[in-house]
Design a protein around this ligand. Structure first.
Ligand code: ADP
Ligand code: MG
Length: 609
């Protein structure tokens, strides 16, 4: 690091100023960031239980004796020299405020040695006054100890919480710092106990050290490049979803940030994988040219601004989506080794399977049954599909293609669609499960959830193509609708409902979505009208949310129910159709369609290992 200089007043005016120390955690943050900036490969944070003393030790470049006192001057920094340097900041610090701010409100001792210097330097400062300054023997690097924070400012001390709470904040902060620089080994010790120690060998090791083995095992790696940016890190598999937003960490160029847009991009990538009210776990690093990010907008440096925000967000969304859906890890119980990786060698069941994934095979519309006028109910099998039936079930995936059109985000990142494992139908397990053999063991598919997913995507695709096919009722039905708005008829027709106004408080139902049946159709119409009306009031864009909700209800009503027994060919067809879905792993409400009882689990249960 260069020499420490006091910034000129003009540059001081440019750096967004702010209070940098308000509690022990912010002291830790400033000292550890200084250690990172000093090029340390090892940083150790040691606190006592009462947080009366905070020590941060590093093996970085150290401070030359002549600079030691300067480091405690306001606006003295070695990291920038003029305003133009602000454009390309690569260090955490640049304001030259941390050390003087801390030294003003605590008793600080700093011991430091530059590697090739003969000896080190010690300085002690209390309440801003230098009380000791002398040469001392020291290992290369810097150790700063901060004691009695706010001893001379009782008003600020009052704002501190209990030591337990403050220690929690220190732990969270140190963990966050370690995740931000996973190439540095970071150790946290409190009251003589080691809380964690990251290996400094990369993010995977850091995440494991901080969150533990169970969390680490439930993560999917993210790795993508595009839009002039690079995204790396981990996102949680759906079973890791949480009830709080803790465990969500975004870094931009190594700096922890809170950015609503970036966080929203992750939620969007999860889509229906996230049950309502649940939050994903993620640790993500976005790297881009420092010239395209402004980190100087907030004194606590928690927020950033991007020059090309839209592109960056679309890239992030696409990359997370690709990571989540680009592999079969989304099935609870699987290890995510892909479609074959988890299979023990010599397992024979796969030999009889076709080479092609069933999802890519043409699947005739076997799921509509004439007798009942419903998808999946009754006894008609593959062979019974009549021409008329085929026309009605056009909206099912099956003509050799995937059910839905790919979204732009996918196209942008080249996502090749979800990889669902090749599964072979075995048996039906009442009341609602289909058993199938697959690469990692025994798979159980919830037939209702799976069919819901298939129909949700098929109806969605039909809607995108102009509308869901409707089926005329033999006798139109009079339905009670308070204040039916004839304008709504067009919208309803897109969903397959043919409705005419009929007097004040009624409407004539002439047609329902193909395959739904009159009874079901009537029930759903009321729900749909409610949804559409509610959607109109909520000003959330062009109604994408309510359209999704409407599609989800439609799919739910039309899907095969628990307790209905599918024939073997139907069950096999359902598996194929599910495999062809864009997001086959969950139903539209976010519940899993498929779980796996893996070989390892089976072997353990049978005492084979
Ligand atoms: N751990 C450390 N190792 C080496 N140099 C340090 C360390 N901590 C502080 N310094 C030096 O002291 C200066 C002032 O630090 P600080 O007050 O945190 O301001 P800033 O980090 O914004 O430059 C830094 O610019 C750096 O040169
Ligand atoms: Mg600093």
């Amino acid at each position: 690091m260069g020499r420490i200089k006091v910034l000129d007043p003009e540059t001081v005016g440019l750096v967004a100023a702010g209070e940098v120390v308000d509690r022990p955690a912010s002291v830790v943050k400033e000292l550890v960031e200084n250690a990172f900036d000093a090029g340390a490969s090892c940083v150790e944070v040691v606190v006592d239980k009462e947080l009366k003393s905070i020590t941060v030790r590093d093996n970085g470049c150290g401070i030359a004796e002549a600079d030691v006192l300067l480091a405690f001057e306001r606006h003295a920094t070695s990291k920038i020299t003029c305003g133009a340097d602000l454009e390309r900041i690569t260090t955490f610090g640049f304001r030259g405020e941390a050390l003087p701010s801390i030294a003003a409100v605590a008793r600080v001792e700093l011991k430091t040695r530059v590697a090739d210097a003969v000896g080190g330097t010690l300085v002690r400062i209390e309440g801003g006054q230098v009380v000791d300054f002398r040469p001392v023997g020291a290992p290369p690097g810097t150790t700063v100890t901060v004691r009695d924070l706010f001893y001379n400012t009782p008003a600020r001390r009052k704002f501190l919480s209990s030591p337990r709470v403050e220690l929690g904040r220190v732990t969270e902060m140190t963990g966050r710092l370690a995740l931000g620089r996973p190439d540095v080994a970071v150790r946290l010790e409190s009251g003589g106990r080691e809380l964690f120690r990251t290996p400094g060998t990369g993010l995977a090791g850091a995440v494991r050290a901080i969150y533990g083995e169970a969390v680490a095992a439930a993560l999917v790696p993210v790795e993508a490049e595009g839009a002039g940016a690079r995204l790396t890190g981990f996102v949680g598999r759906p079973e890791l979803v949480r009830t709080t937003r803790r465990g969500q960490t975004w870094f931009v160029n190594g700096r922890y940030v809170k950015h609503g847009g970036l966080t929203a991009a992750v939620y969007e990538a999860y889509g229906t994988l996230l049950p309502a009210g649940k939050h994903p776990f993620f640790v993500l690093h976005l790297t881009l040219d420092p010239g395209f990010v402004d980190v100087n907008v907030h004194p606590q440096k928690l927020t950033v601004r991007f020059d090309q925000e839209r592109e960056v967000l679309a890239f992030a969304r696409g990359a997370v989506k690709k990571a989540l859906f680009g592999r079969a890890v989304l099935i609870p119980g699987t290890k995510g080794k892909g479609t074959t990786g988890g299979m023990p060698s010599g397992a024979g069941f796969r030999r009889g399977l076709p080479d092609r994934l069933p999802g890519r095979e043409p699947v005739p519309g076997v799921f509509f049954r004439e007798e009942t006028g419903r998808y999946g109910a009754g006894a008609a099998g593959l062979a019974a599909a009549t021409a008329e039936e085929a026309a009605q079930v056009r909206l099912l995936p099956g003509e050799g293609g995937l059910p839905g059109a790919r979204s732009e985000g996918d196209a942008a990142t080249g996502t090749a669609g979800a990889i669902f494992p090749t599964l072979e139908y075995l048996a039906f397990l009442p009341p609602t499960y289909i058993l199938a053999a697959g690469p990692e063991g025994l798979y159980l598919i919830d037939q209702h959830a799976a069919h819901e997913r298939v129909l949700f995507e098929a109806f969605g695709a039909a809607l995108a193509r102009g509308g869901i096919a409707s089926q005329l009722l033999v006798t139109p039905e009079l339905v009670e609708v308070r204040g039916f708005d004839p304008e709504a008829a067009g919208e309803l027709a897109r969903f397959g409902f043919l409705v005419e106004a009929f007097g004040e408080d009624a409407a004539l139902l002439r047609g329902v979505p193909a395959g739904l049946g009159a009874e079901c159709g009537r029930l759903l119409l009321a729900e749909l009208l409610d949804l559409l009306a509610a959607g109109e009031q909520a000003d959330g864009g062009p109604g994408a949310g309510r359209e999704k909700a409407a599609l989800a209800s439609l799919a739910c009503h039309a899907a095969v129910k628990a307790g209905e027994r599918l024939t073997a060919p139907e069950a096999a067809a359902l598996i194929s159709q599910l495999a062809a879905c864009r997001e086959p792993f969950t139903c539209p409400h976010g519940r899993p369609t498929t779980v796996c009882l893996g070989y390892e689990e089976l072997a353990r249960r049978f005492g084979r290992r």
